[in-house]
Design a protein around this ligand. Structure first.
Ligand SMILES: O=C(O)[C@H](O)[C@@H](O)[C@H](O)[C@H](O)COP(=O)(O)O
Length: 191
């Protein structure tokens, strides 16, 4: 574990590592994939990447962007991790829109059916996976923040949805009654 002196330095250091990882992945594979998260540190990391000169060493048109969890709210809601990431970073770099994979919004094709939305995202992950990875694609970087209660993605300690007996083989789940608002979320599982 690396502990940095303050949040700003942490964000700058993580941004540098993220950028380097994407460059290295593209050098090795031709493409790179990243799973984004939300929260204050993630937002600062996104802004630090956007502000760095090194960001131009990444071929953003060959970066696949996924999310590890999402607040199940209408598209464009400022609380959505997608909205925050677009504002802080994604709008500033020349991504291929076809490679940006936000989790469904609550006014999307499944409406407010979070279970159906989770299944839709699981199908998107599965369809992007290559041979040997039948449920999720190869992911170079998985960004995760840790909440005050120890939650990562939208898996909250002691919440029934976070128990392996609950999610089974599912790679994406709806989370209802989250202890931190908003109460309905979508989350990757450890699968
Ligand atoms: O679930 C959420 O609503 C948060 O976005 C959460 O997942 C976040 O990543 C951590 O709570 C760390 O947040 P901070 O970076 O703000 O400490």
């Amino acid at each position: 574990m690396i502990v940095h002196a303050d949040a700003e330095l942490l964000a700058e250091a993580v941004a540098a590592r993220l950028t380097t990882r994407l460059i290295d992945a593209q050098a090795a594979r031709g493409v790179a994939s990243v799973v984004l998260t939300g929260g204050r540190i993630a937002d600062a990391v996104h802004r630090a990447v956007a502000a760095s000169r090194a960001r131009d060493a990444v071929d953003w048109s060959r970066v696949d962007v996924w999310w590890g969890d999402e607040r199940f709210l209408p598209a464009g809601d400022p609380q959505r991790n997608e909205t925050q990431a677009r504002d802080a970073l994604l709008s500033a770099v020349p991504l291929d829109p076809a490679r940006v994979h936000p989790m469904p919004a609550s006014d999307g094709p499944d409406g407010d059916d979070a279970q159906a939305a989770a299944e839709r995202y699981a199908r998107a992950l599965a369809s992007a996976s290559g041979p040997g990875h039948q449920t999720i694609p190869y992911l170079d970087v998985l960004m995760l923040g840790v909440g005050e209660d120890g939650h990562v993605a939208s898996l909250f300690p002691e919440h029934p949805a976070a128990h392996p007996d609950s999610y089974g083989e599912a790679t994406v789940i709806p989370v209802y009654n989250a202890p931190k608002p908003p109460p309905t979320r979508l989350s990757l599982t450890p699968r």
